[in-house]
Design a protein around this ligand. Structure first.
Ligand code: B3K
Ligand code: ZN
Length: 862
């Protein structure tokens, strides 16, 4: 597929100031009349024809300034509309198009899910509704009239504020919405359907009364309260933390069953995957509640970072996504435990972004070329993008960061901006040159930070050498390294190091040497505190020294990291003596503070994943060997720590068995108790199975029920099969719960799992047209069952390949996302590598592949 390049960016030849839409909803023949107020762009090419984007459209009529346009003046097809001799003055184009929402299986543009009409326009879905300048730097004021049969769509929603509504004849009705804020087409949305709602009101810091509502499938209103509460908390927080008030009279969230991703920040009308809205203690886990809170916040925060200030072009995607992820992470950290949240952020960065950045799908946070933009909504753009914003804040300090954000919003409000505009605001408030820092946006790959320390007892001096290396040659990055020295009794005091500013050293050269004076004993360096930069750290430390950090460091992140480092080295090379020393240290840690901060303790007990071990190995990966090593380490820890784990289980029983509350402290207690159960089971499967079965029978919430089922799923036998069957029956009418059940079964690390998956595709609740079902059963297998996905006989790869091929004609975005599971295929040992290559090349031969799949495939094989 042809590439679109950043360097080829040109302003549009025309602009559209106003869009008046009249949408007559119909299951198969929805008619859209669009009145577009166009004018030549003074900054654009004055001689260019007018080309409007289109995708899968039927053109019914076209008028220019009220008169039918002669056929020789334009060319129209499903894929676009060109006016050969457009007026060089302001003019109005009326377009009538027709679409079939029921046949729209791509879930882009206007489609129907469970009878509800909804839209998805980012990145390029608006062109599937009408012909348009479908690019984010063309911003217009929209007025939308929606008409439908009242019985089919009693609720009609659009962007902005409701203006009027009323009957049309006997069985139809209409509603008009007006959005005063100019916006790009990707933020357009309409919804029509039978929906229930919960609502509340919020008064902004400016005194505006806003009606906030969450719309869900009728009958599920009692599961929408947590999302609604998260809306209100997000509004409060964005005022407090960033001074950003809401700017319309209504804020609507709609949950739909079939959605390609998590949610979408359409102006005033956020549309959500129902998985990230619906929650009740019996159906949602603590992790679900946390994800709902984070995604509600994320989409709401886009109202400023994305909507009021949008992107000039799609290369600037991180401008809204990285920044908004940073903002939602800060929100969740304020709502929950900051250190615990930070560890979660880094775990997911390492699980998804590090491998991406090390494989064929790697790209700069601001890409320079793309074939299919929907393939660039990646962990790199989102999560590494957020890390860049975090580093900027670390470098300039919280106050300057806030001042820079204020300036960025003030200067770019109503504009389509670039990464340069963002950095310029911070350069202006700090007087600093951020051009070297900007390299983070340009350079793909994860930098490596190497560190080596030397202690001179006579001089009471400690010297620390730091060096950075990048996967690709080039000038150095600006890496903030938060650090400190830890002695046998804890962080050392009385130490001086002039190169440090507020505990942070800024490594902006290939290498540097830091000298600490007044160091009374041999210290252990605690580097990259709070994970101050998205790099891989190479620092040779003994287990004793690492375990000193676990016990004594003041930085919670590095305490957790120390335990992870020891565990990872034991997974990669097992040693019984070291393993027992590690178990001892964990025991001491648990005795001292497990119950004081259960959420943190649960994270310390969670060993690095098999994926992380594979990522550390980087080549000749044998997932079976990693799995076996990790399993035996866990078994050993489970046995050595058995009494303590049982003690934790007993101590937390009263607190976790009472009434359910989704707050972070309660969730933390549940997570520690469930981590204890899982580790007991690792050490003694028989006892674990009995304990998990008992836990299942008395669980009062989905968190505990699912945790027990997940533990049991790892233990082959009757008890597991009975528990799985009972769970499947109990929740037969709950698709979102069955997704968890599909996922648990798809991730069982046993060869029979392939048959199980085939069987489950015939389960009445499974559906190839609902992305959540496909992700639960197939993406979970591909992304979270490393031994079976990468079976040496290639059967796991083949299974996923079949799903990619079957999905592609109907929903290319979901198919392409599934295919990214092969991103690390070259890192396998040679048998598996050959099997993966064969499968990928097989897909390559399929005629008519979508651009989405062809793009991922081409880059993966390259
Ligand atoms: N902006 C949307 C993602 C759109 C994905 C398009 N393929 C949700 C979000 O990041 O907030
Ligand atoms: Zn976003």
């Amino acid at each position: 597929p042809p590439l679109i390049r950043l360097e080829d960016y040109r302003p549009s030849a025309f602009l559209i100031d106003r869009v008046d839409l009249d949408i007559r909803l119909d299951p198969h023949a929805t008619r859209i009349t669009a009145d577009l107020a166009l004018r030549p762009n003074p900054d654009g090419d004055p001689a260019a024809p007018l080309h409007l984007d289109g995708d899968d459209l039927i053109l019914v009529a076209i008028d220019l300034d009220g008169a039918a346009l002669p056929a020789e003046d334009f060319a129209a097809g499903p894929g676009g509309l060109t006016l050969h001799r457009p007026p060089r003055r302001p003019f109005t184009l009326r377009l009538v198009t027709q679409v079939d929402p029921t046949a729209n299986t791509k879930l882009m543009g206007l489609y129907r899910t469970d009878g509800v009409y909804c839209t998805q326009c980012e990145a390029d879905g608006f062109r599937r509704i009408t012909y348009f300048l479908d690019r984010p730097d063309v911003m217009a004021v929209y007025t939308t009239r929606i008409e439908a049969r009242r019985d089919e769509a009693p609720v009609l929603l659009g962007n902005g504020n409701p203006v009027e509504s009323g009957p049309v004849g006997t069985d139809r009705h209409y509603a008009v919405w007006h959005d005063p804020h100019p916006k790009p087409a990707y933020l357009f949305a309409v919804v029509g359907g039978r929906l229930g709602k919960v609502e509340t009101s919020f008064r902004t810091m400016e005194g505006r009364d806003v009606t906030c509502a969450v719309y869900v499938e009728p009958g599920k209103e009692d599961r929408a309260g947590y999302a609604l509460d998260a809306v209100v908390r997000s509004m409060e927080w964005d005022e407090r933390a960033f001074g950003r008030p809401y700017d319309l009279d209504v804020f609507n969230v709609v949950a739909v069953a079939a959605f390609n991703m998590g949610a979408m920040e359409n102006k005033g009308l956020n549309i959500f995957n129902d998985k990230y809205v619906l929650a009740a203690p019996e159906t949602a886990t603590d992790a679900d509640y946390a994800a709902i809170e984070a995604i509600i916040a994320h989409e709401y925060f886009h109202n400023w970072s994305g909507n009021r200030v949008t992107c000039r072009d799609w290369f600037q995607l991180c401008l809204k996504e990285g920044l908004t992820v940073f903002r939602d992470q800060e929100f969740s950290s304020d709502m929950r435990s900051r250190p615990v949240h930070r560890i979660g952020e880094v775990r997911s960065l390492r699980a998804r972004q590090f491998p991406e950045d090390a494989g064929p799908l790697k790209h700069p946070v601001r890409p320079t070329a793309y074939a299919e933009i929907n393939n660039f909504y990646t962990a790199t753009v989102y999560d590494k993008g957020a890390e860049i914003v975090r580093m900027l804040k670390t470098l300039i300090g919280a106050e300057a960061f806030r001042a820079g954000m204020d300036r960025y919003f003030a200067e770019n409000d109503g504009r389509a901006a670039t990464v340069e505009d963002f950095l310029a605001a911070f350069a202006a408030v700090t007087g600093r040159d951020l051009s070297a820092f900007a390299r983070w946006y340009e350079r793909p790959g994860t930098p490596r930070l190497t560190a080596e320390g030397r202690y001179d007892p006579a001089a009471r001096r400690y010297t620390l050498k730091l060096a950075q290396t990048l996967p690709v040659e080039g000038p150095p990055l600006v890496i903030p390294v938060a650090l400190g020295l830890v002695g046998a009794g804890g962080p050392l005091t009385g130490v001086t190091c002039p190169a440090l500013d507020g505990g942070v050293f800024v490594l902006d050269r290939p290498g540097a040497e830091l000298v600490f004076e007044g160091v009374a004993e041999e210290p252990v360096p605690s580097l990259l505190r709070d994970f101050s930069a998205p790099v891989r750290l190479d620092l040779a430390l003994s287990d004793d020294h690492r375990l000193r950090l676990l016990a004594r460091d003041s930085d919670p992140f590095n305490r957790w990291q120390a335990a992870q480092d020891v565990a990872l080295s034991l997974i990669l090379a097992f040693d019984p003596v070291r393993a027992d020393a590690f178990a001892q240290a964990l025991g001491t840690f648990l005795d001292g503070e497990a119950l004081a901060d259960p959420a943190f303790a649960a994270l310390v007990l969670a060993l690095p994943t098999e994926g992380e071990a594979a990522d550390a190995l980087a080549r000749d990966v044998d997932p079976d060997a990693i799995h076996a090593a990790r399993r035996s380490l866990r078994a050993r820890l489970g046995r050595v720590l058995r009494a303590r784990l049982e003690g934790i289980d007993a101590a937390l029983a009263p607190a976790t068995e009472g009434a359910y509350s989704p707050d972070a402290a309660s969730a933390g207690r549940r997570s520690l108790r469930n981590a204890a159960l899982d580790l007991i089971a690792a050490g003694d499967p028989e006892a674990g199975a009995a304990l998990a079965t008992r836990r299942l029978s008395c669980a009062t919430n989905m968190t505990d029920r699912l945790a027990a089922l997940a533990t049991l799923a790892q233990i082959p036998g009757e008890a597991r099969e009975e528990a799985l069957a009972a769970f499947g029956e109990r929740f037969a009418a709950e698709p979102l719960v069955l997704d968890k059940w599909f996922a648990i079964q798809a991730t069982i690390p046993e060869p029979e799992t392939l048959d199980r998956i085939e069987r489950l595709t015939r389960h009445p609740a499974f559906s190839m047209t609902n992305p959540n079902r496909v992700r639960a059963l197939v993406a979970s297998f591909a992304m979270a069952n490393p031994t079976q996905f990468a079976r040496a006989d290639g059967a796991g790869f083949a299974l996923v390949g079949r799903f990619v091929r079957a999905l592609d004609p109907a929903n290319p975005q979901v198919a392409a996302r599934l295919l990214t599971a092969f991103g690390s295929w070259r890192r396998y040992e040679k048998t598996r590598r050959a099997a993966a290559s064969e499968m990928l090349n097989g897909i390559k031969g399929v005629p008519g592949l979508s651009r989405d799949v062809a793009d991922i495939l081409g880059r993966t094989l390259q």
